[in-house]
Design a protein around this ligand. Structure first.
Ligand SMILES: [Zn+2]
Length: 346
């Protein structure tokens, strides 16, 4: 099969790899129908340590189950399935609490221990019954595929930001970052009833989509100027909920700048920094800092009905579709901000 490997910053290759086979009785083999490139894939694209073997890539995919191990009973051969960006057993204490990213037996794709990535023609899925969600009635040419694919990660991650921040009816919310996750955070805040949603971003085509998803205001400025604008829009004191969907220090500082005292910052952008304010300037304001990797698995079932009945269209975040052979160009397009999010068709 064809699979995507990254060898060094900027060095993405499509290569032949052995077809995945069942290893454990709880495995399934999924033939990938749609996959995509994530904003977080750009972190290794910038800074990975060069590796002679390369690393597999991709953690978002939907596809059709080709084979199942002897202990798989819920997922069946032929099912159309959504795979979240972490695999999990669905039965441990954390899974039962809806925190599948902390599953005691689970893990993440591309972990270098025999679980490979979703940017490939097929994937071995561990703990298939806990990990996968089957969606009956979906064909491989369904117009819903892009939106279903967002349930692997970005829609669930945006939802997690809004949910972790405790967005409620009538709230003022600022979303930092106009990437796919930021736009999904806008959609989620809107669905949770936020009244004012300020999207901080400066790519017009993206912020236009953000307005479509429910942003009431767009602030393109950054730094002190951006902070002042958001605070003004929120009546001077700042917003109650901040959804930080970037992950670098300036974005975190922006979050601290726009949040109202007593408010909540939820981070879902993977932090590219290791320290930050925790002393008096933070403590003194009674702020709550929350967020983390979204337990996307927990949100697939609750978010699925809106996708299936067309009341939301999160799939609009995909503005380019390519074949797997063009994946290196897809990374470059996302890195150059020419593409918001690139879908890979098989
Ligand atoms: Zn678990």
């Amino acid at each position: 099969m064809k699979a995507v490997f990254m060898y060094a910053p900027g060095d993405v290759r499509v290569e032949d790899a052995p077809d995945p086979v069942l290893q454990d009785p709880t495995d399934a083999i999924v033939r990938v129908v749609r996959s995509c490139i994530c904003g977080s894939d750009l972190h290794p694209y910038h800074s990975m340590r060069p590796s002679a073997e390369g690393q597999t890539m991709g953690h978002e995919f939907v596809g059709v189950v080709e084979d199942t191990g002897s202990e798989v009973s819920v997922i069946r051969k032929g099912d159309f399935v959504i795979a979240p960006f972490a695999w999990s057993d669905g039965t441990c204490e954390f899974c039962r609490e809806g925190l599948q990213t902390s599953c005691l037996h689970g893990g993440f794709w591309n972990n270098g221990r025999g679980v490979l990535g979703g940017q490939a023609e097929a994937v071995r899925v561990p703990l298939a019954d806990g990990t996968l969600v089957a969606v009956p009635g979906i064909t491989e040419d369904s117009p819903l595929l892009p939106s279903l694919l967002t349930l692997s990660d970005v829609y669930g991650t945006g939802w997690h930001a809004a949910r972790s921040a405790g967005v409620r009816e009538g709230d003022s919310v600022a979303v930092i970052g106009d990437g796919a996750v930021g736009l999904m955070a806008v959609l989620a805040a809107k669905q949770m009833g936020a009244e004012r949603i300020v999207l901080m971003g400066r790519h017009k085509s993206r912020t236009d989509l953000g307005r479509e998803y429910g942003a009431t205001d767009v602030v393109a400025e950054r730094g002190e100027e951006g902070i002042a604008k958001v605070r003004d829009l929120a009546g001077g004191l700042g917003v109650r909920r901040v959804l930080e969907a970037v992950g670098h220090m300036p974005a975190y500082e922006q979050a601290l700048g726009v949040v109202r005292d007593g408010g909540t910052i939820a981070r879902v952008g993977v932090p590219q920094y290791g320290d930050g304010q925790i002393g008096w300037p933070f403590f003194g304001r009674n702020l709550t800092l929350t967020g983390g990797p979204a337990p996307a698995r927990a949100y697939i079932e609750p978010l699925l009905p809106g996708v299936l009945d067309g009341s939301v269209d999160p799939g609009k975040v995909f503005d380019r579709a390519i074949g797997i052979e063009e994946t290196p160009e897809g990374y470059a397009a996302m890195d150059d901000r020419e593409a918001l999010k690139v879908m890979i068709r098989f």
